[in-house]
Each structure stands twice: as structure tokens, then as C-alpha cells.
Design a protein around this ligand. Sequence first.
Ligand SMILES: CC(C)(COP(=O)(O)OP(=O)(O)OC[C@H]1O[C@@H](n2cnc3c(N)ncnc32)[C@H](O)[C@@H]1OP(=O)(O)O)[C@@H](O)C(=O)NCCC(=O)NCCS
Length: 170
Amino acid sequence: MVTIRPEQPSDTPAIERLLDTAFEPERHGRPSYRLREGVPRIDTLCFVAENDGRVIGVVRFWPIEVGGAPALLLGPIAVHPELARRGIGSRLVRKGLNAAKAAGWRVVVAVGVQAYLGRFGFVPAKPRGLRFPVPVDEARFLVLELVPGALSTAGGRIGPARPAAKAAVS
Ligand SMILES: CC(C)(COP(=O)(O)OP(=O)(O)OC[C@H]1O[C@@H](n2cnc3c(N)ncnc32)[C@H](O)[C@@H]1OP(=O)(O)O)[C@@H](O)C(=O)NCCC(=O)NCCS
């Protein structure tokens, strides 16, 4: 049976192996990694999927800023290919987004597949006035308002979280 539970520090090696399997080896060069450099992820929003004691899925969130306001970066989201298309990815994303909403976060940015993330409400971010700090495939640059209307006050440039912003919402 597949269960979803909070990520623990001891999961790190298994998660790294999973991410190496799910993504290409040069994943650390992806645009979203630039926003994560030197910034700790938000542990309370990171979850793993476990099957018979083995970590087979993960969703993580990092703090960023959108137009100077605290926001979230979703990702990576990954499920082991052997267990794809069983709803595990959707359970992980929904678990993370629900926890984020409950914690008061208002805006979530992602660099990913719209055909997948669109089912959770993600829409293209550039038409909403957002600017990514490094070159990014516009079709993959996505945003979700957890609070309707949140972007009308938060639009603008995306940047890494500053310590003060990280402390503002936790
Ligand atoms: C994307 C991923 C997390 C989905 O996990 P999953 O557990 O298979 O997802 P679910 O079972 O919840 O959803 C499956 C649905 O998503 C669709 N889907 C999965 N990956 C997709 C993709 N890259 N593009 C479009 N649709 C995709 C499937 O076709 C399926 O559609 P259906 O419900 O109409 O049959 C997983 O395939 C994965 O780890 N991929 C490699 C890493 C990756 O690209 N991550 C970032 C994605 S934004």
C-alpha cells in the first residue's frame, strides 16, 4: 500500500536516488535549482510516498519571493516510473498544496509540465506579469494562486527568498 507521509532527514539518500531516476542527470542545472541554491526547503511542506517501506515519490517546496512578497516554488515532484499513473503524484501535489494553503501561503510558482500541473490549477506565469530571474522555457513557467486574487498584489520579478521573507510565513 502506498502511504503519503512527511519527509524525514533519513529519506534524503532515497530521494536523491529517486530524483536521479525520474529526471535527467543534469537536473541540478535546471532554472528552478537556481532559486533553491543556499536556501533550505520548507520541511513542513515536503512529503514522500512510501510503498512497502521504500520511498517511491516526493514533493518538495522552497520559499521564494514574487514581487517582493513571500511565495512558494513547487518542485521537484517525482514518482518512480514503475509506479507511474496510479495517482501517487496527484496525491503528493494535493497534500503539499493543501498544507501550503493551511499555512497561509498565497502564491505557488513551478517550472514544469503544464499538461500535468494544469490539473491542479497552475496557469502560465508570464501572462500574469511574472518574470523569472534566469532564462526559462515560458511554456513551463507556471503559477497557482492559493488565494484568489493573490497575484494582483504580488506580480513581478521572482527571486530567492530573503531571510526576512522566509520568516514571514512558515
Ligand atoms: C509527472 C509525475 C510526477 C506524475 O506522477 P504520477 O504518479 O504518474 O501522476 P498521477 O498518477 O497522479 O497522474 C497521471 C496522469 O498525469 C499524466 N502525466 C504524467 N506525466 C505527464 C507529463 N510529463 N506530461 C503530461 N501529462 C503527464 C499522465 O498521462 C496521467 O494522465 P491521466 O490521468 O489522464 O491518465 C511522474 O510521471 C514523474 O515523476 N515524472 C518525471 C519527473 C517530472 O517530470 N516531474 C515534473 C512534472 S511537472
